[in-house]
Design a protein. Sequence first.
Length: 433
Amino acid sequence: MRVADGDVRSSIEIRMAVETRVSAFQTAQRRFDAAADVIGLSDDTRRGLREVKRELTVHFPVHMDDGSVHVFTGWRVQHNISRGPAKGGIRYHPDITLDLVKALAMLMTWKCSVVGLPYGGSKGAVAVDPAKLSLSELEHLTRRYATEIAILIGPEKDIPAPDMGTNPQVMAWIMDTISMHSGHSVPAAVTGKPVDIGGSEGRIDAPGRGATYLTLEALKYLHIEDDPPTVAIQGYGQVGRSAARLLTEAGLKIVAVSDSKGGVYNPSGLDLAALDEHRQVRGGVTGFKKAEAITNAELLELPVTVLVPAAVQDVITADNATRIRARLITEGANAAVAPEADPILHDRGIFLIPDIIANAGGVIVSYFEWVQDLQAFFWEEEEINTKLHHVITRAFYDILHTSVNKRIDMRLAAYAIAVQRVANATMVRGIYP
Ligand code: NAD
């Protein structure tokens, strides 16, 4: 199962909880407070934006293959819809809680806002380990969950997407369920669908492509002229592989990659075609003959121009931040940099493209998918990539200018912009009635 929409294997929440020993949602609120302080938000507006708008809890039965009935618990939470319909993934994970879903919904509001999408933020989840279900159980669970939350979702109201534990097939079942209720096809009800039913070209590569565009812009801004710039990528999965391929096409040299079992390093550059063949056969990158074996920890500290952590959260910490030798970090994975490492990297002059924008290519192309579905007119991949480039580059320079002008780091700058836009929309709309 793969992840999408930025929202996604979003583990800012984990970092949030570890950081402060408070709940994930309380930590999300603290991050919001820091941004609200930067922009001088009034107490009245703060009070509204600190809470989620709606939280729906559902308990629903599913017939299991052995004839038994199991009751599952799920949620759909909308944080804010001042700027447009809510947008956020659906996660299937055994350890998910309402508190976490609320934190992730709030995060989606800021992520959509910072890249200028006309969306609010939401998140959904079911407490289940999808790997333990048969395909038929997964389909039944998905269709019943979609029915339970159908009062909230729809193209004008709230548009789900894949997240941890869900994938395009799950989105197809949700789209079909909503369509059956409506009596006609409603492709714009979800994004991250297969292309055959209204999914978008370019969606799979979108997070890695967005990260690539931003890396190239940052190299330009920083006047880094290494010839060629070298790159180490932790996590050779969906995001990491797209980024490796696209950065290579842009002229950079990938010298190291890794997966959960370990990494490989060749200072002269990795032969990605041969590596992909090796990976097909061996199921991972380790053991690749044309490179030396390294650990995941060693990969992070290599003398490279660009480091792309694209695996899991909290890999750059207060402990190793002092040893990072990259000049630029593109935070492909959500929360790869732990909060206590942020100031260390900043003080050492290491430029960070924070996760909230670095992996936003996913939700941006999801937005394009929704637009294409609504207009029933589909774009070529080239057009999608051009539009993605425009949206994500504009957001990058917005954040950069705020960071420079307000003398704050890139992450806080991104939050400040996002919160300001949502606050503007909330204030100008006023309080009903
Ligand atoms: P993936 O499962 O396709 O790939 C993850 C890779 O990381 C795999 O190669 C895996 O072996 C490796 N890995 C796992 N644990 C590791 C560890 N402890 N150390 C080193 N490597 C490890 O996942 P993905 O879709 O590429 O997502 C990667 C990150 O990007 C996640 O944080 C996710 O939230 C984020 N993200 C993904 C998308 C998307 O659309 N795919 C969008 C936004 C954000």
